[in-house]
Design a protein around this ligand. Structure first.
Ligand SMILES: C[S@@+](CC[C@H](N)C(=O)[O-])C[C@H]1O[C@@H](n2cnc3c(N)ncnc32)[C@H](O)[C@@H]1O
Length: 280
Protein backbone atom coordinates (compact mmCIF):
# COMPACT_ATOMS: atom_id res chain seq x y z
CA UNK A 1 0.00 0.00 0.00
CA UNK A 2 2.73 2.50 0.91
CA UNK A 3 4.49 1.91 -2.41
CA UNK A 4 1.30 3.18 -4.05
CA UNK A 5 1.15 6.16 -1.68
CA UNK A 6 4.77 6.92 -2.52
CA UNK A 7 3.98 6.82 -6.23
CA UNK A 8 1.04 9.19 -5.80
CA UNK A 9 3.11 11.60 -3.72
CA UNK A 10 5.85 11.65 -6.32
CA UNK A 11 3.42 12.18 -9.19
CA UNK A 12 1.59 15.00 -7.44
CA UNK A 13 4.83 16.72 -6.51
CA UNK A 14 3.86 17.17 -2.85
CA UNK A 15 7.06 16.05 -1.17
CA UNK A 16 7.94 19.28 0.62
CA UNK A 17 4.86 18.85 2.77
CA UNK A 18 5.18 15.12 3.48
CA UNK A 19 7.11 15.56 6.67
CA UNK A 20 4.75 18.15 8.17
CA UNK A 21 1.73 16.10 7.09
CA UNK A 22 3.06 12.97 8.74
CA UNK A 23 3.71 14.91 11.92
CA UNK A 24 0.34 16.60 12.16
CA UNK A 25 -2.29 14.62 10.29
CA UNK A 26 -1.49 11.00 10.79
CA UNK A 27 -1.98 10.14 14.43
CA UNK A 28 -2.57 6.60 15.60
CA UNK A 29 -1.51 3.43 13.85
CA UNK A 30 -1.65 4.88 10.32
CA UNK A 31 0.98 7.40 11.47
CA UNK A 32 3.12 4.57 12.93
CA UNK A 33 2.95 2.66 9.65
CA UNK A 34 3.70 5.75 7.57
CA UNK A 35 6.77 6.54 9.68
CA UNK A 36 7.95 2.98 9.35
CA UNK A 37 7.57 3.18 5.55
CA UNK A 38 9.52 6.43 5.53
CA UNK A 39 12.42 5.07 7.62
CA UNK A 40 12.53 1.84 5.65
CA UNK A 41 12.97 4.03 2.59
CA UNK A 42 15.63 6.18 4.27
CA UNK A 43 17.64 3.14 5.35
CA UNK A 44 18.07 2.39 1.66
CA UNK A 45 18.52 6.00 0.49
CA UNK A 46 21.73 6.76 -1.38
CA UNK A 47 21.78 10.31 0.05
CA UNK A 48 22.58 8.89 3.49
CA UNK A 49 25.15 6.37 2.18
CA UNK A 50 27.04 4.86 5.12
CA UNK A 51 26.06 7.82 7.28
CA UNK A 52 25.17 6.71 10.84
CA UNK A 53 22.92 9.57 12.02
CA UNK A 54 19.51 11.10 11.29
CA UNK A 55 19.19 13.80 13.95
CA UNK A 56 19.32 17.61 13.84
CA UNK A 57 22.54 17.96 15.86
CA UNK A 58 23.52 20.12 18.83
CA UNK A 59 26.01 22.94 19.40
CA UNK A 60 27.67 22.39 22.75
CA UNK A 61 29.46 24.95 24.99
CA UNK A 62 31.31 22.00 26.54
CA UNK A 63 31.97 19.77 23.53
CA UNK A 64 33.14 16.20 24.10
CA UNK A 65 36.57 15.03 22.97
CA UNK A 66 36.18 13.04 19.73
CA UNK A 67 38.64 10.88 17.84
CA UNK A 68 39.49 12.03 14.30
CA UNK A 69 37.26 9.33 12.77
CA UNK A 70 34.22 10.77 14.65
CA UNK A 71 34.97 14.42 13.97
CA UNK A 72 32.80 14.66 10.82
CA UNK A 73 29.79 13.47 12.89
CA UNK A 74 30.47 15.92 15.74
CA UNK A 75 27.14 17.78 15.80
CA UNK A 76 25.05 14.58 15.71
CA UNK A 77 27.19 12.92 18.36
CA UNK A 78 26.87 16.04 20.52
CA UNK A 79 23.08 15.59 20.60
CA UNK A 80 23.62 12.08 21.98
CA UNK A 81 26.31 13.30 24.37
CA UNK A 82 24.03 16.07 25.69
CA UNK A 83 21.20 13.58 26.27
CA UNK A 84 23.21 11.05 28.31
CA UNK A 85 25.84 13.38 29.83
CA UNK A 86 24.64 13.06 33.47
CA UNK A 87 24.23 9.28 33.45
CA UNK A 88 26.82 6.63 34.36
CA UNK A 89 27.01 4.01 31.59
CA UNK A 90 30.21 2.09 32.37
CA UNK A 91 29.39 -1.66 32.77
CA UNK A 92 25.63 -0.86 32.73
CA UNK A 93 22.85 -2.60 30.82
CA UNK A 94 21.68 0.07 28.38
CA UNK A 95 18.83 0.31 25.85
CA UNK A 96 18.51 2.82 23.01
CA UNK A 97 14.98 3.08 21.59
CA UNK A 98 14.78 4.40 18.01
CA UNK A 99 18.45 3.94 17.14
CA UNK A 100 18.04 4.65 13.41
CA UNK A 101 21.25 4.11 11.44
CA UNK A 102 23.11 3.21 14.62
CA UNK A 103 25.89 5.83 14.67
CA UNK A 104 24.88 7.11 18.13
CA UNK A 105 24.71 3.64 19.68
CA UNK A 106 28.05 2.73 18.12
CA UNK A 107 29.73 5.86 19.52
CA UNK A 108 28.25 5.28 23.00
CA UNK A 109 29.18 1.58 23.03
CA UNK A 110 32.80 2.46 22.13
CA UNK A 111 33.14 5.53 24.33
CA UNK A 112 31.27 4.73 27.55
CA UNK A 113 31.86 0.95 27.71
CA UNK A 114 28.39 -0.19 28.81
CA UNK A 115 28.30 -3.91 29.68
CA UNK A 116 25.74 -4.25 26.93
CA UNK A 117 23.93 -1.78 24.70
CA UNK A 118 20.83 -3.01 22.89
CA UNK A 119 19.76 -0.64 20.09
CA UNK A 120 16.15 -1.09 19.00
CA UNK A 121 14.36 0.34 15.95
CA UNK A 122 11.01 -0.12 14.22
CA UNK A 123 12.64 -0.29 10.78
CA UNK A 124 13.89 -3.75 9.83
CA UNK A 125 15.96 -2.18 7.03
CA UNK A 126 17.72 0.11 9.54
CA UNK A 127 18.44 -2.83 11.87
CA UNK A 128 19.94 -4.79 8.98
CA UNK A 129 22.06 -1.81 7.91
CA UNK A 130 23.33 -1.28 11.50
CA UNK A 131 24.20 -4.95 11.96
CA UNK A 132 26.23 -4.76 8.75
CA UNK A 133 27.96 -1.46 9.63
CA UNK A 134 28.55 -1.97 13.37
CA UNK A 135 28.16 -5.73 13.97
CA UNK A 136 31.78 -6.09 15.10
CA UNK A 137 31.32 -4.00 18.28
CA UNK A 138 31.04 -6.71 20.95
CA UNK A 139 28.94 -4.90 23.57
CA UNK A 140 26.43 -3.68 20.96
CA UNK A 141 23.46 -5.44 19.35
CA UNK A 142 20.63 -4.28 17.10
CA UNK A 143 17.06 -5.50 17.29
CA UNK A 144 13.79 -4.73 15.52
CA UNK A 145 10.96 -3.65 17.85
CA UNK A 146 8.32 -1.12 18.76
CA UNK A 147 8.91 1.59 21.39
CA UNK A 148 5.32 1.27 22.58
CA UNK A 149 5.62 -2.48 23.13
CA UNK A 150 9.20 -3.17 24.10
CA UNK A 151 10.21 -6.85 23.74
CA UNK A 152 11.95 -7.07 27.16
CA UNK A 153 11.18 -8.28 30.67
CA UNK A 154 10.52 -5.70 33.36
CA UNK A 155 13.56 -4.42 35.33
CA UNK A 156 15.99 -5.33 32.52
CA UNK A 157 18.02 -2.10 32.05
CA UNK A 158 19.96 0.46 34.09
CA UNK A 159 19.52 3.15 31.44
CA UNK A 160 17.04 3.73 28.60
CA UNK A 161 17.72 6.60 26.20
CA UNK A 162 15.85 7.99 23.23
CA UNK A 163 17.06 10.56 20.68
CA UNK A 164 14.75 12.32 18.20
CA UNK A 165 12.53 9.32 17.67
CA UNK A 166 9.41 9.68 19.85
CA UNK A 167 7.72 12.27 17.59
CA UNK A 168 6.91 9.25 15.41
CA UNK A 169 5.06 7.35 18.16
CA UNK A 170 1.27 7.31 18.12
CA UNK A 171 1.06 6.81 21.90
CA UNK A 172 3.73 8.66 23.90
CA UNK A 173 2.19 7.59 27.23
CA UNK A 174 2.55 3.92 26.22
CA UNK A 175 6.24 4.57 25.49
CA UNK A 176 6.77 6.30 28.87
CA UNK A 177 5.09 3.32 30.61
CA UNK A 178 7.26 0.88 28.66
CA UNK A 179 10.48 2.77 29.47
CA UNK A 180 9.48 2.68 33.15
CA UNK A 181 8.61 -1.02 33.05
CA UNK A 182 11.89 -2.20 31.48
CA UNK A 183 14.08 -0.03 33.75
CA UNK A 184 15.46 -1.38 37.03
CA UNK A 185 14.54 0.59 40.18
CA UNK A 186 16.87 3.61 40.32
CA UNK A 187 17.42 3.42 36.54
CA UNK A 188 17.50 6.50 34.27
CA UNK A 189 15.42 7.45 31.25
CA UNK A 190 17.14 10.09 29.08
CA UNK A 191 14.80 11.59 26.46
CA UNK A 192 15.30 14.27 23.83
CA UNK A 193 13.12 15.32 20.88
CA UNK A 194 11.18 18.17 19.25
CA UNK A 195 7.50 19.06 19.56
CA UNK A 196 5.06 21.89 18.96
CA UNK A 197 4.06 23.97 22.00
CA UNK A 198 0.78 22.15 22.67
CA UNK A 199 2.22 18.64 22.44
CA UNK A 200 5.21 19.36 24.68
CA UNK A 201 2.78 20.54 27.36
CA UNK A 202 0.99 17.19 27.21
CA UNK A 203 4.32 15.37 27.43
CA UNK A 204 5.42 17.52 30.38
CA UNK A 205 2.18 16.51 32.13
CA UNK A 206 2.72 12.85 31.28
CA UNK A 207 6.26 12.93 32.67
CA UNK A 208 5.27 14.68 35.88
CA UNK A 209 2.23 12.48 36.50
CA UNK A 210 4.20 9.26 35.74
CA UNK A 211 6.01 7.30 38.43
CA UNK A 212 9.32 8.77 37.25
CA UNK A 213 11.12 11.46 39.24
CA UNK A 214 11.94 14.40 36.93
CA UNK A 215 15.67 15.21 37.37
CA UNK A 216 16.19 17.62 34.45
CA UNK A 217 13.85 19.51 32.14
CA UNK A 218 15.64 21.74 29.61
CA UNK A 219 14.70 23.62 26.43
CA UNK A 220 17.56 23.14 23.95
CA UNK A 221 15.97 24.72 20.84
CA UNK A 222 18.68 27.41 20.53
CA UNK A 223 21.52 24.86 20.46
CA UNK A 224 19.72 22.59 17.96
CA UNK A 225 18.84 25.49 15.66
CA UNK A 226 22.48 26.62 15.74
CA UNK A 227 23.49 23.11 14.63
CA UNK A 228 20.88 23.11 11.84
CA UNK A 229 22.37 26.38 10.61
CA UNK A 230 25.91 25.11 10.73
CA UNK A 231 25.25 21.93 8.72
CA UNK A 232 22.53 23.11 6.36
CA UNK A 233 24.75 23.64 3.29
CA UNK A 234 26.53 20.36 3.78
CA UNK A 235 23.25 18.41 4.10
CA UNK A 236 21.78 20.14 1.09
CA UNK A 237 24.81 19.25 -1.05
CA UNK A 238 24.65 15.62 0.10
CA UNK A 239 20.92 15.40 -0.66
CA UNK A 240 21.33 17.04 -4.05
CA UNK A 241 23.96 14.49 -4.95
CA UNK A 242 22.07 11.44 -3.67
CA UNK A 243 18.37 11.97 -4.54
CA UNK A 244 16.18 12.50 -7.55
CA UNK A 245 14.79 16.00 -8.13
CA UNK A 246 11.15 15.26 -7.20
CA UNK A 247 11.77 13.66 -3.80
CA UNK A 248 14.63 16.07 -2.96
CA UNK A 249 12.48 18.69 -1.22
CA UNK A 250 10.99 16.17 1.20
CA UNK A 251 14.47 14.93 2.14
CA UNK A 252 15.57 18.53 2.71
CA UNK A 253 12.49 19.21 4.85
CA UNK A 254 13.03 16.04 6.83
CA UNK A 255 16.68 17.00 7.36
CA UNK A 256 15.76 20.54 8.53
CA UNK A 257 17.68 22.32 5.76
CA UNK A 258 17.47 26.15 5.95
CA UNK A 259 14.33 27.56 4.32
CA UNK A 260 12.24 24.37 4.63
CA UNK A 261 9.00 24.19 6.71
CA UNK A 262 10.67 22.34 9.61
CA UNK A 263 13.58 24.79 9.85
CA UNK A 264 11.18 27.75 9.64
CA UNK A 265 8.97 26.26 12.38
CA UNK A 266 11.99 26.20 14.72
CA UNK A 267 12.91 29.81 13.92
CA UNK A 268 9.30 30.97 14.50
CA UNK A 269 9.04 29.10 17.79
CA UNK A 270 6.33 26.77 16.44
CA UNK A 271 8.59 23.80 17.15
CA UNK A 272 10.88 23.48 20.17
CA UNK A 273 13.52 20.91 21.08
CA UNK A 274 13.58 19.47 24.63
CA UNK A 275 15.57 17.28 26.95
CA UNK A 276 14.26 15.37 29.99
CA UNK A 277 16.18 13.19 32.40
CA UNK A 278 13.97 10.96 34.58
CA UNK A 279 14.69 8.46 37.33
CA UNK A 280 12.69 5.33 38.23
C1 LIG B 1 14.91 10.78 13.16
S1 LIG B 1 15.35 9.09 13.33
C2 LIG B 1 16.55 9.22 14.64
C3 LIG B 1 17.48 8.05 14.66
C4 LIG B 1 18.62 8.16 15.68
N1 LIG B 1 18.12 8.22 17.04
C5 LIG B 1 19.51 9.35 15.40
O1 LIG B 1 19.54 10.29 16.21
O2 LIG B 1 20.21 9.33 14.38
C6 LIG B 1 13.95 8.31 14.17
C7 LIG B 1 14.05 6.81 14.31
O3 LIG B 1 12.95 6.34 15.13
C8 LIG B 1 12.51 5.09 14.62
N2 LIG B 1 11.13 4.81 15.07
C9 LIG B 1 9.99 5.40 14.65
N3 LIG B 1 8.91 4.86 15.26
C10 LIG B 1 9.39 3.89 16.09
C11 LIG B 1 8.79 3.00 17.01
N4 LIG B 1 7.45 2.96 17.19
N5 LIG B 1 9.58 2.17 17.71
C12 LIG B 1 10.94 2.19 17.55
N6 LIG B 1 11.57 3.02 16.71
C13 LIG B 1 10.81 3.87 15.98
C14 LIG B 1 12.61 5.26 13.12
O4 LIG B 1 12.59 4.01 12.44
C15 LIG B 1 13.91 6.04 12.99
O5 LIG B 1 15.00 5.18 12.83
Amino acid sequence: MFREVEGVILRLGLPARIFATMLKLLPGRIGDRMWRWWYQRLAKAKAWGEFGFMNYGYIDDHPPYLSSEDESDRLFIQLYHMNIRDVELDEKQVLEVGSGRGGGAHWIARTYTPGSLVALDYSAAAVKLCSRMYGRQENLSFIEGNAMKLPFEENSFDVVYNVESSHCYSDMDAFIDEAYRVLKPGGYFAWTDFRDAKTIQQIQKSFSSSNFEVIKDINITKEVLAALDEISDDKQARIEKGTGRIIRRSFETFAGVRGTPVYDAFTKGELGYYRYLLKK
